[in-house]
Design a protein around this ligand. Structure first.
Ligand SMILES: C[S@@+](CC[C@H](N)C(=O)[O-])C[C@H]1O[C@@H](n2cnc3c(N)ncnc32)[C@H](O)[C@@H]1O
Length: 293
Protein backbone atom coordinates (compact mmCIF):
# COMPACT_ATOMS: atom_id res chain seq x y z
CA UNK A 1 0.00 0.00 0.00
CA UNK A 2 1.61 3.24 -1.18
CA UNK A 3 0.75 6.37 0.80
CA UNK A 4 1.72 9.51 -1.11
CA UNK A 5 0.91 13.15 -0.40
CA UNK A 6 -1.37 13.10 -3.43
CA UNK A 7 -3.26 10.07 -2.10
CA UNK A 8 -3.70 11.76 1.27
CA UNK A 9 -4.92 14.94 -0.46
CA UNK A 10 -7.39 13.01 -2.64
CA UNK A 11 -8.79 11.15 0.37
CA UNK A 12 -9.11 14.36 2.33
CA UNK A 13 -10.90 16.08 -0.55
CA UNK A 14 -13.19 13.05 -0.85
CA UNK A 15 -14.11 13.30 2.85
CA UNK A 16 -14.74 17.04 2.55
CA UNK A 17 -16.97 16.47 -0.44
CA UNK A 18 -18.92 13.56 1.11
CA UNK A 19 -19.57 15.65 4.21
CA UNK A 20 -20.48 18.77 2.20
CA UNK A 21 -17.81 20.71 4.07
CA UNK A 22 -16.70 22.47 0.89
CA UNK A 23 -20.04 24.22 0.40
CA UNK A 24 -21.05 24.54 4.04
CA UNK A 25 -22.08 28.18 3.44
CA UNK A 26 -24.94 26.96 1.23
CA UNK A 27 -26.16 24.70 4.00
CA UNK A 28 -26.03 27.71 6.33
CA UNK A 29 -27.97 29.77 3.75
CA UNK A 30 -30.72 27.14 3.67
CA UNK A 31 -30.91 27.00 7.44
CA UNK A 32 -30.93 30.80 7.60
CA UNK A 33 -33.76 30.92 5.03
CA UNK A 34 -35.88 28.38 6.91
CA UNK A 35 -35.12 30.06 10.20
CA UNK A 36 -36.48 33.35 8.80
CA UNK A 37 -39.51 31.56 7.38
CA UNK A 38 -40.34 29.69 10.60
CA UNK A 39 -39.88 32.76 12.74
CA UNK A 40 -41.88 34.85 10.25
CA UNK A 41 -39.02 37.28 9.60
CA UNK A 42 -38.27 38.85 6.21
CA UNK A 43 -35.39 37.38 4.21
CA UNK A 44 -32.61 39.88 3.71
CA UNK A 45 -30.72 39.09 0.49
CA UNK A 46 -27.57 40.90 1.61
CA UNK A 47 -27.48 38.79 4.75
CA UNK A 48 -28.14 35.69 2.65
CA UNK A 49 -25.14 36.36 0.41
CA UNK A 50 -22.93 37.52 3.28
CA UNK A 51 -23.80 34.52 5.40
CA UNK A 52 -20.25 34.02 6.72
CA UNK A 53 -20.36 37.50 8.25
CA UNK A 54 -23.96 37.25 9.48
CA UNK A 55 -23.93 33.71 10.87
CA UNK A 56 -20.33 32.76 11.79
CA UNK A 57 -21.55 30.72 14.75
CA UNK A 58 -23.95 28.74 12.59
CA UNK A 59 -21.16 27.85 10.18
CA UNK A 60 -18.91 26.80 13.09
CA UNK A 61 -21.74 24.68 14.50
CA UNK A 62 -22.36 23.03 11.13
CA UNK A 63 -18.68 22.21 10.72
CA UNK A 64 -18.48 20.88 14.29
CA UNK A 65 -21.52 18.68 13.67
CA UNK A 66 -20.00 17.40 10.45
CA UNK A 67 -17.02 16.28 12.53
CA UNK A 68 -19.16 14.26 14.93
CA UNK A 69 -22.13 13.35 12.71
CA UNK A 70 -24.62 15.22 14.89
CA UNK A 71 -27.72 16.74 13.31
CA UNK A 72 -28.13 20.53 13.32
CA UNK A 73 -31.69 21.20 14.51
CA UNK A 74 -33.40 24.56 14.14
CA UNK A 75 -35.67 26.03 16.78
CA UNK A 76 -38.48 28.49 16.26
CA UNK A 77 -41.02 30.31 18.42
CA UNK A 78 -44.59 29.11 17.84
CA UNK A 79 -47.81 31.17 18.01
CA UNK A 80 -47.99 30.61 21.81
CA UNK A 81 -44.44 31.89 22.29
CA UNK A 82 -43.03 28.40 22.97
CA UNK A 83 -39.70 27.24 21.55
CA UNK A 84 -40.25 24.34 19.13
CA UNK A 85 -37.80 22.05 17.38
CA UNK A 86 -38.14 22.00 13.58
CA UNK A 87 -37.40 18.28 13.26
CA UNK A 88 -38.52 17.77 9.72
CA UNK A 89 -35.94 20.27 8.52
CA UNK A 90 -33.60 17.29 8.34
CA UNK A 91 -35.38 16.36 5.13
CA UNK A 92 -34.45 19.68 3.60
CA UNK A 93 -31.10 20.48 5.09
CA UNK A 94 -29.39 17.07 5.36
CA UNK A 95 -27.21 17.66 2.35
CA UNK A 96 -24.19 15.46 2.88
CA UNK A 97 -23.70 12.16 1.08
CA UNK A 98 -23.02 10.33 4.32
CA UNK A 99 -24.43 11.12 7.74
CA UNK A 100 -21.65 9.43 9.72
CA UNK A 101 -19.44 12.48 10.19
CA UNK A 102 -15.70 12.93 9.86
CA UNK A 103 -14.61 11.02 12.98
CA UNK A 104 -16.31 7.88 11.72
CA UNK A 105 -15.00 8.35 8.16
CA UNK A 106 -11.51 8.55 9.69
CA UNK A 107 -12.26 5.27 11.45
CA UNK A 108 -13.25 3.66 8.13
CA UNK A 109 -9.97 4.92 6.68
CA UNK A 110 -8.03 3.52 9.64
CA UNK A 111 -9.69 0.09 9.26
CA UNK A 112 -9.20 -0.05 5.48
CA UNK A 113 -5.55 1.00 5.71
CA UNK A 114 -4.94 -1.51 8.51
CA UNK A 115 -6.39 -4.49 6.58
CA UNK A 116 -4.45 -3.50 3.46
CA UNK A 117 -1.20 -3.11 5.44
CA UNK A 118 -1.71 -6.35 7.35
CA UNK A 119 -3.00 -8.16 4.26
CA UNK A 120 -6.17 -9.28 5.99
CA UNK A 121 -8.17 -11.06 3.32
CA UNK A 122 -11.73 -10.18 2.36
CA UNK A 123 -14.21 -7.72 0.95
CA UNK A 124 -15.84 -4.73 2.62
CA UNK A 125 -19.55 -4.44 3.34
CA UNK A 126 -21.80 -1.80 4.80
CA UNK A 127 -25.29 -2.92 5.81
CA UNK A 128 -27.39 0.25 5.74
CA UNK A 129 -25.88 2.71 3.25
CA UNK A 130 -28.48 5.52 2.86
CA UNK A 131 -27.01 7.77 0.09
CA UNK A 132 -23.97 5.51 -0.13
CA UNK A 133 -21.30 7.97 1.07
CA UNK A 134 -19.46 5.53 3.33
CA UNK A 135 -19.30 2.89 0.59
CA UNK A 136 -18.19 5.57 -1.88
CA UNK A 137 -15.39 6.37 0.56
CA UNK A 138 -14.44 2.67 0.92
CA UNK A 139 -14.23 2.45 -2.88
CA UNK A 140 -12.24 5.70 -3.02
CA UNK A 141 -9.73 4.17 -0.58
CA UNK A 142 -9.44 1.00 -2.69
CA UNK A 143 -8.92 3.04 -5.87
CA UNK A 144 -6.39 5.31 -4.15
CA UNK A 145 -4.40 2.28 -2.96
CA UNK A 146 -4.86 0.35 -6.21
CA UNK A 147 -6.60 -2.47 -4.38
CA UNK A 148 -9.84 -2.97 -6.34
CA UNK A 149 -9.45 -6.74 -6.25
CA UNK A 150 -11.73 -6.47 -3.20
CA UNK A 151 -15.49 -6.03 -3.55
CA UNK A 152 -17.41 -3.24 -1.84
CA UNK A 153 -20.83 -4.67 -0.97
CA UNK A 154 -23.52 -2.05 -0.43
CA UNK A 155 -26.61 -3.55 1.23
CA UNK A 156 -29.85 -1.64 1.71
CA UNK A 157 -33.58 -1.86 1.17
CA UNK A 158 -33.28 1.42 -0.76
CA UNK A 159 -36.67 2.16 0.75
CA UNK A 160 -35.74 3.07 4.29
CA UNK A 161 -35.73 1.37 7.68
CA UNK A 162 -38.44 -1.30 8.21
CA UNK A 163 -41.19 -0.61 10.73
CA UNK A 164 -40.37 -2.28 14.06
CA UNK A 165 -41.78 -5.77 14.53
CA UNK A 166 -39.62 -7.25 17.32
CA UNK A 167 -40.23 -6.47 21.00
CA UNK A 168 -36.60 -5.28 21.22
CA UNK A 169 -37.41 -2.55 18.67
CA UNK A 170 -40.69 -1.50 20.24
CA UNK A 171 -41.18 2.27 20.20
CA UNK A 172 -38.21 2.76 17.88
CA UNK A 173 -39.86 3.59 14.59
CA UNK A 174 -37.57 5.07 11.90
CA UNK A 175 -39.68 3.81 8.99
CA UNK A 176 -40.42 6.11 6.02
CA UNK A 177 -43.65 7.37 7.65
CA UNK A 178 -41.50 8.89 10.40
CA UNK A 179 -38.20 9.49 8.60
CA UNK A 180 -38.74 9.63 4.83
CA UNK A 181 -35.23 11.07 4.45
CA UNK A 182 -33.80 7.58 5.13
CA UNK A 183 -35.39 6.12 1.98
CA UNK A 184 -32.99 6.67 -0.92
CA UNK A 185 -33.43 4.78 -4.18
CA UNK A 186 -30.80 2.53 -5.75
CA UNK A 187 -30.90 4.75 -8.83
CA UNK A 188 -29.98 7.82 -6.78
CA UNK A 189 -27.14 6.00 -5.01
CA UNK A 190 -25.78 4.60 -8.29
CA UNK A 191 -25.74 8.10 -9.78
CA UNK A 192 -23.80 9.39 -6.78
CA UNK A 193 -21.15 6.68 -7.19
CA UNK A 194 -20.92 7.71 -10.86
CA UNK A 195 -20.64 11.39 -9.97
CA UNK A 196 -17.60 10.62 -7.83
CA UNK A 197 -16.16 8.46 -10.65
CA UNK A 198 -16.21 5.50 -8.27
CA UNK A 199 -18.75 3.06 -9.71
CA UNK A 200 -16.21 0.30 -10.37
CA UNK A 201 -17.09 -3.26 -11.37
CA UNK A 202 -16.09 -4.34 -7.87
CA UNK A 203 -18.99 -2.34 -6.34
CA UNK A 204 -22.00 -4.62 -5.78
CA UNK A 205 -25.41 -3.59 -4.50
CA UNK A 206 -27.59 -5.93 -2.44
CA UNK A 207 -31.11 -4.57 -2.70
CA UNK A 208 -33.77 -5.75 -0.28
CA UNK A 209 -34.31 -6.47 3.41
CA UNK A 210 -31.19 -7.83 5.11
CA UNK A 211 -33.08 -10.94 6.22
CA UNK A 212 -33.68 -11.81 2.53
CA UNK A 213 -30.43 -10.69 0.90
CA UNK A 214 -27.44 -11.24 3.19
CA UNK A 215 -27.53 -14.99 3.87
CA UNK A 216 -27.82 -15.82 0.15
CA UNK A 217 -25.43 -13.17 -1.22
CA UNK A 218 -22.32 -14.64 -2.88
CA UNK A 219 -20.01 -13.11 -0.27
CA UNK A 220 -16.87 -15.07 0.58
CA UNK A 221 -14.55 -13.55 3.17
CA UNK A 222 -14.99 -10.11 4.69
CA UNK A 223 -12.26 -7.84 6.04
CA UNK A 224 -14.68 -5.10 7.12
CA UNK A 225 -18.27 -5.48 8.26
CA UNK A 226 -19.85 -2.09 8.92
CA UNK A 227 -23.29 -2.25 10.53
CA UNK A 228 -25.58 0.77 10.17
CA UNK A 229 -29.16 -0.48 10.21
CA UNK A 230 -30.27 1.20 13.47
CA UNK A 231 -32.68 -1.50 14.73
CA UNK A 232 -32.16 -4.66 16.80
CA UNK A 233 -33.63 -6.67 13.93
CA UNK A 234 -31.49 -5.02 11.23
CA UNK A 235 -28.31 -5.43 13.28
CA UNK A 236 -28.98 -9.12 14.01
CA UNK A 237 -30.12 -9.81 10.42
CA UNK A 238 -26.69 -8.63 9.29
CA UNK A 239 -24.49 -10.04 12.06
CA UNK A 240 -25.88 -13.58 12.09
CA UNK A 241 -25.19 -14.43 8.42
CA UNK A 242 -22.01 -12.34 8.08
CA UNK A 243 -20.00 -12.50 11.30
CA UNK A 244 -18.39 -15.87 10.57
CA UNK A 245 -17.25 -14.55 7.20
CA UNK A 246 -15.13 -11.84 8.87
CA UNK A 247 -11.46 -12.83 8.68
CA UNK A 248 -9.26 -12.91 11.74
CA UNK A 249 -7.78 -9.40 11.96
CA UNK A 250 -10.87 -7.98 10.23
CA UNK A 251 -13.05 -5.25 11.69
CA UNK A 252 -16.66 -5.05 12.83
CA UNK A 253 -17.83 -1.43 13.01
CA UNK A 254 -21.11 -0.58 14.72
CA UNK A 255 -22.37 2.85 13.77
CA UNK A 256 -25.38 2.98 16.08
CA UNK A 257 -24.06 1.48 19.33
CA UNK A 258 -24.34 4.77 21.25
CA UNK A 259 -27.24 6.35 19.36
CA UNK A 260 -29.78 3.53 18.94
CA UNK A 261 -30.45 1.48 22.11
CA UNK A 262 -31.95 -1.47 20.13
CA UNK A 263 -28.72 -1.75 18.13
CA UNK A 264 -26.63 -1.74 21.32
CA UNK A 265 -28.82 -4.49 22.71
CA UNK A 266 -28.35 -6.60 19.56
CA UNK A 267 -24.57 -6.21 19.75
CA UNK A 268 -24.44 -7.00 23.47
CA UNK A 269 -26.70 -10.06 22.97
CA UNK A 270 -24.71 -11.33 19.99
CA UNK A 271 -21.35 -10.88 21.69
CA UNK A 272 -22.53 -12.62 24.83
CA UNK A 273 -24.25 -15.49 22.94
CA UNK A 274 -21.07 -16.04 20.89
CA UNK A 275 -18.65 -15.42 23.77
CA UNK A 276 -16.90 -12.60 21.90
CA UNK A 277 -14.43 -10.87 24.21
CA UNK A 278 -12.58 -8.70 21.68
CA UNK A 279 -12.30 -5.19 23.10
CA UNK A 280 -14.91 -2.66 22.01
CA UNK A 281 -13.20 0.57 20.99
CA UNK A 282 -15.11 3.83 21.05
CA UNK A 283 -14.93 5.86 17.82
CA UNK A 284 -17.10 8.73 19.03
CA UNK A 285 -20.09 9.00 21.35
CA UNK A 286 -22.26 7.14 18.86
CA UNK A 287 -20.07 4.39 17.46
CA UNK A 288 -17.73 1.52 18.32
CA UNK A 289 -15.67 -1.14 16.57
CA UNK A 290 -13.84 -4.32 17.42
CA UNK A 291 -11.10 -6.24 15.69
CA UNK A 292 -11.70 -9.98 15.36
CA UNK A 293 -9.01 -11.96 17.10
C1 LIG B 1 -28.79 5.50 9.21
S1 LIG B 1 -28.96 5.03 7.57
C2 LIG B 1 -27.31 4.58 7.09
C3 LIG B 1 -26.35 5.75 6.97
C4 LIG B 1 -25.15 5.46 6.09
N1 LIG B 1 -24.34 4.40 6.60
C5 LIG B 1 -24.31 6.67 5.82
O1 LIG B 1 -23.11 6.51 5.58
O2 LIG B 1 -24.81 7.79 5.81
C6 LIG B 1 -29.75 3.46 7.76
C7 LIG B 1 -29.98 2.71 6.45
O3 LIG B 1 -30.27 1.36 6.77
C8 LIG B 1 -31.24 0.83 5.89
N2 LIG B 1 -31.88 -0.30 6.59
C9 LIG B 1 -32.16 -0.37 7.92
N3 LIG B 1 -32.66 -1.58 8.23
C10 LIG B 1 -32.66 -2.31 7.08
C11 LIG B 1 -33.05 -3.66 6.78
N4 LIG B 1 -33.50 -4.48 7.73
N5 LIG B 1 -32.89 -4.08 5.51
C12 LIG B 1 -32.42 -3.25 4.55
N6 LIG B 1 -32.06 -1.96 4.79
C13 LIG B 1 -32.16 -1.50 6.04
C14 LIG B 1 -32.13 2.03 5.59
O4 LIG B 1 -32.77 1.91 4.34
C15 LIG B 1 -31.14 3.21 5.61
O5 LIG B 1 -30.67 3.52 4.32
Amino acid sequence: MKKTTLTAQYLDLLKKSLLNELYVENEARLLYTFDRMLNKQPLDFNDYFNITRIEPTLIDTLLRNKQTGLITVLQFIDADGRIQKADDLRNITELSHTMIGRDRLENVQFCVEKVLEDEVKGDFIETGIWRGGTCIFMQGLLVAYDATDRTVWAADSFEGVPAPTLPQDEGFDLSPNVLPVLAVSLEEVTKLFQRYGLLGENVKFLKGWFKDTLAVAPIGQLAILRLDGDLYESTMDALVPLYDKVSRGGFVIVDDYGSCPPCKRAIDDFRSQRGIADELHEIDIQSVYWRKS
